[in-house]
Structure formats: structure tokens, C-alpha cells
Design a protein around this ligand. Sequence first.
Ligand code: ADP
Ligand code: MG
Length: 362
Amino acid sequence: MDDVRRWQVPGRVNLIGEHLDHNGGAALPIAIDRSLLVKARRRTDGTVNVWSRGERASFPVETSPGDVSDWSAYAAGVVWALREAGVTVAGADLVLESTLPVGAGLSSSAALTCGVALALDDLAGAGRPREELARVAQRAENDYVGVPTGLMDQYAVLFAQEGHAVHLDFGADPPTAEAVPADWAEDGLVLTVVDTGVHHELAAGEYAERRRECDAIASELGLGALASIGLDGLLSLTDETAKARARHILTESTRVRGAVTALRRRDWAQFGAMLTSSHESLRDDFAVSSEELDVAVDAALAGGALGARMTGGGFGGSAIALMRPEQVDGLRARVEAAFADRSWAAPTVFTVRPSPAAALLP
Ligand code: ADP
Ligand code: MG
């Protein structure tokens, strides 16, 4: 194809700081070396064609929420949100090739929306800043596809740095992003992903429910965002469920700060302990884990991992564990056996490296 522009767009793993983005708190994701390749060519006939995973979808650039409801809604949503933001989209051919598992909690959706936003912005010569494209991608997912996600995934995909985690603060507007060296590899450690293969249908509904719960607690306490809750606020809550949800937000915010310090000091025992307590908090207080994720985390810890937790919104998807490379085969065997015992489909186990943000390939 002539005049084809190619964008490499990573997935992400959030190291810690879960469900804080939609509460004005912090997160600490890395981009990973599993990515989406977007090949983009301009059209001028007002049509967008998208090829992915053996399928082709087409829609006009003049699209609105409700028009498209299959997987290509993620692309159509970007076209809609970009046009709403004043970017001219004349049409495009988009070919997607991916090494990133879809629906595994590694943010294939943000890779797709951010990749398409970058590609179409580039074809239009608009040059909108990445902060704005992150919002466009979020809007596509929230208002076109109808999934009420925060901004963490888009920021991870667009602002990560190779060899670093990105410390995001959603209490600021626009959110701030600070790179923190993530060099466990230099100390002989690897970050392992267990993709449970489970993509719970209830995830979007439960996610929305947690958002509503958090918003209700924040307004009960008169807070602009729940992440600014203090101990007095927590203790003043009388409803046990509300208290548990708020306890996760308060303690997770503390853990993110601790994890950033531990990462800077390369204190892997401390860093790992933060990961594991984050998991316990998500499981017991925030109630967004799943049996499969708990089994994966337990298997990792039983095999000597320094720490392990679910990553992403929960109810399925993937868990992560920090461990020595020689422990990875043992984890794979243990988690496969545990899944087989329960008649669950086999999980997928692989390691990931802190990788660069989305970039135009030469
Ligand atoms: P995650 O972002 O964790 O992978 P989501 O449920 O948020 O999971 O997004 C998965 C959805 O995004 C898929 O069901 C599909 O509609 C869409 N999607 C993501 N990547 C691709 C791709 N490469 N090709 C087609 N659709 C994709
Ligand atoms: Mg997603």
C-alpha cells in the first residue's frame, strides 16, 4: 500500500493503583511488549474500512453512538469523538494486527482506540496533543461503545516509557504522568502475566456499579473525589459495604505511594508485598476479583513469587506476579493444574517487559 503509516500501540499492565483513576487517585502502569499494529491509509470518500482478526467492517465517517455495535464500534467511536473534537476525518483504510490478547484485561480496547485516534489525527495532519487523544479514546469507549472506563488505560498506552512505569495522578486536570524506573530485570526478576482466559460478561455492569458506589460515598462525605478520603471520613461511614469500598480506595492510595518508593529503591520484597496486599484489598474490600484470579495469585505466591495481584478492572482478565525467571515454569504448571482440577480452560502464562508508548514506525 502506498502512503501507509504504521503505528505500534502497546497493551498495559497496571502494577498497582486499581480503581483509583475514576476516583481522582493514582495508578502505576507499564506498557507491555504485546501490541497492536495499526496500518492506516487515507481515503477521501467518507468511508472507514477496518480489517481485524479475519473480519472487515465499514462505516461512514458521519457516525453517531448507536450506529455500530460490533467490535468496530471501538474504531467508529474514535471517528465520532475526533469529529466532535473538530478533527476532519475524510475516510481511512485501517488494518489491525495484534500480538495482544483481546479481552484479557491488558487493555486491547485502549490500544485499539488510542491507535486509531493517533492514526486518524495523523492522517488529518491535526497534531492534537496526546492528552486530548486520550480523552477522545475514552469518549469513544464511554459514550459510543458504552463502557464506563476511567483514563488509566489510555494514559498508559500514550505516556509510558520503555524501562519505566508511569506514575499517573488523576487528581490533577489534566492528569500528570511521571516516569519511574522499573528495572527489576537488573536484579534478576521478571514480571509474569497469567491470562485466566475468563472475560466475564458482568464486568462492565459490575464496574459501573463500583463507580456508582464510590460516587455516592464521595458525595455523602462531601468530597469531590473519593481518593481524597482520610481516616476520619472512613470511620464516619456506617454502611459496612460502603466502608469496605472506601477502605480499598484509602489503602490503595497509600500502597501506590509505597510502591513508587519501593520501585525507586529497588526494594523488591516491599514492592511485592504491596502487590499482594493490593490483591487482598481488591478481593475482600472492593470485591472485584474472581475465583480464577484468586487461584492464579495463590499459585504464584505458593511458588515463591515476591508478590502477585489481579490487574485491571477485575472479574476475570489477568493476574501479574513478580518472580525469578526460574520460577515461571513452576507457576505455569501449578496454575494449569489448579485450573484443570476445576475443569476450567487452560490459562496462558507469559512474561512482559516495560515497553514504550504508542509510536509511529519508521
Ligand atoms: P481489554 O481491553 O482488557 O482487552 P475490553 O473488554 O475492554 O478488554 O475490550 C475488548 C474488546 O475490544 C473486544 O471484545 C473487541 O470488541 C475490541 N477489540 C480489542 N482489540 C481488538 C482487535 N485487535 N480487533 C478487533 N476488536 C478488538
Ligand atoms: Mg479494555
